[in-house]
Design a protein around this ligand. Structure first.
Ligand code: UD1
Ligand code: MG
Length: 455
């Protein structure tokens, strides 16, 4: 098996994003563009993985997932073109003679399947294989010039194209696979006598042909190789990726009632027989087990939901929400960093944060865990089978024992023992007949006033 090294070019400035954030850190489906490329690259099990960044891109290196083990970072201090960028990766490839696959950090939708086909094309006896596509508008791309044998002769950049080359619809995606045995020599031969005065990576095709080496191309869809240069393209890539993620979710056994209004993250895990209502958003880090129903208008991130639970409509699960089997989180309920155990119910209008809600407990409408005193966060521990009356405030840290009852409207500041009833609210006072006396008094006064006004 030929070994593979992957080099991701990402030193470009991305000025058209008009952003302080480096382009490759802008996100689609909840993950930075670069993470999509890295995760596809990893899927190919490369022997080496090199990322080429600009000198001013420390924040990109810092944002790599888990410090990106096994990723070599090469810095291109001056942006002298794609060929120069690949040259900067060569020290990290020393001693490597397998295939070098070049990806772009701002082309996030490329699939492992297409890259495998490109590598196979290279391995069919060519020195390099270029991934080509046929865009609707070819104006921005390098054109592939094929020989009479359909083999690739050279790539002409758009600024250097003559009228005949400008007519060609077969374009360079930028992605290519090169036989590492020839790469160093091909890169060394690059010049910069062209419209941009840059070292074009695309010129290695003509260089290889001049040495009598074969070059070929493989095809990709325009969607897979779309590059992100501005925020309109960012939104287009998001839409395309959402389409893919929705299909994958449905193929895996989830019912999406209105797919177009359900937004997923790259890492969203949905089990079988999950039903998701319209207008629901999954941020990063959500895992939903089999048979869960998520009703319309929910927002979830960093949360897990176990088998058979029902969420929403209009529920918000924030990071650290763990909803147990068969539990119920209803409308206008927010759960953060809290474990809601098997069969517990929080049906309406509540905030449960930094808490445990024991199995089978019932949290009444309007219950608030007061987890923050302005300085620190504290825990509310609600026992199994406890019943919290409506409109209660549980001032943390506080423990409500198993089977305890908190009376509606209580402000609980002390622990409540198991099976006890706690009442912590103003005592009710009743004055017999007082309402009628008040009514008479008021209406008497009103009568006098209106007589006076008439004169
Ligand atoms: C490049 C190709 C063109 C192709 C197009 C596809 C060349 C000469 N041209 O053109 O044939 O149709 O991509 O989108 O290769 N980069 C660096 N350092 C640099 C310059 C670029 O790391 O000095 C990186 C960028 O971050 C980006 C990629 O290389 O990820 C492509 O750079 P870009 O400037 O967009 O190339 P194009 O001119 O679009
Ligand atoms: Mg470009």
């Amino acid at each position: 098996m030929t070994e593979t090294a992957i080099v991701i070019l990402a030193a470009g400035k991305g000025t058209r994003m008009k952003s302080r954030l480096p382009k490759v850190l802008h996100a689609i489906a909840g993950q930075p563009l670069l993470h999509h490329v890295l995760s596809t690259a990893r899927g190919l099990d490369p022997q080496r993985l090199v990322l080429v960044l600009g000198p001013d891109m420390e924040d990109v290196a810092a944002a790599l997932p888990d410090g990106a083990p096994g990723v070599d970072i090469a810095i291109q201090s001056e942006r002298l073109g794609t060929g120069h960028a690949l040259q900067m990766a060569m020290p990290a490839l020393s001693g490597f003679s397998g295939d070098v696959l070049v990806l772009y950090g701002d082309v996030p939708l490329i699939t492992a399947e297409t890259l495998r086909a490109l590598l196979a094309a290279r391995r069919s006896g060519a020195a390099l294989a270029v991934l080509a596509f046929e865009p609707e508008d070819s104006a921005a791309y390098g054109r592939l010039i094929l020989g009479s044998d359909r083999k690739l002769e050279r790539i002409v950049e758009r600024l250097d194209a003559d009228a005949a080359a400008a007519e060609i619809g077969l374009c360079n995606s930028g992605i290519m696979a090169i036989d590492g045995a020839h790469l160093a020599a091909l890169l060394e031969a690059l010049g910069k006598d062209n419209a941009k005065g840059e070292y074009y990576l695309t010129d290695i095709v003509a260089g290889a042909r001049a040495r009598g080496l074969d070059c070929v191309h493989a095809m990709a869809s325009a969607e897979e190789v779309m590059g992100i240069n501005d925020r309109v393209q960012l939104a287009e890539a998001e839409a395309a990726l959402q389409g893919r993620l929705r299909c994958r979710a449905m193929e895996n056994g989830a019912t999406l009632i209105d797919p177009a209004s359900i937004w997923l993250s790259l890492d969203t895990e949905l089990g079988e027989d999950v039903t998701i209502g319209p207008n629901t958003v999954f941020g990063p880090g959500v895992r939903i087990a089999d048979g869960v129903e998520i009703r319309a208008f929910c927002h979830l991130e960093g949360a897990t939901v176990e088998t058979g639970a029902i969420i929403g409509p209009y529920a918000r699960l924030r990071p650290g929400a763990e909803i147990g089997e068969g539990a119920r989180v209803g409308n206008f309920v927010e759960v953060k960093k809290a474990r809601v155990e098997k069969g517990a119910k929080i049906n309406h209008l509540s905030y449960i944060g930094d808490a445990r809600v024991g199995a089978g407990a019932n949290i009444g409408a309007g219950t608030i865990t007061c987890n923050y005193d302005g300085f620190t966060k504290s825990l509310s521990d609600i026992g199994a089978g406890a019943f919290i009356g409506s409109n209660s405030a549980l001032v943390a840290p506080v423990v409500i024992g198993d089977g305890a009852v908190v009376a509606a409207g209580s402000v609980i500041t002390e622990d409540v023992a198991a099976d006890a009833i706690a009442v912590a609210r103003g005592k009710q006072v009743e004055r017999a007949g007082a309402a009628a006396r008040r009514r008479d008094k008021k209406s008497g006064r009103e009568k006098k006033k209106s007589e006076k006004a008439k004169g």
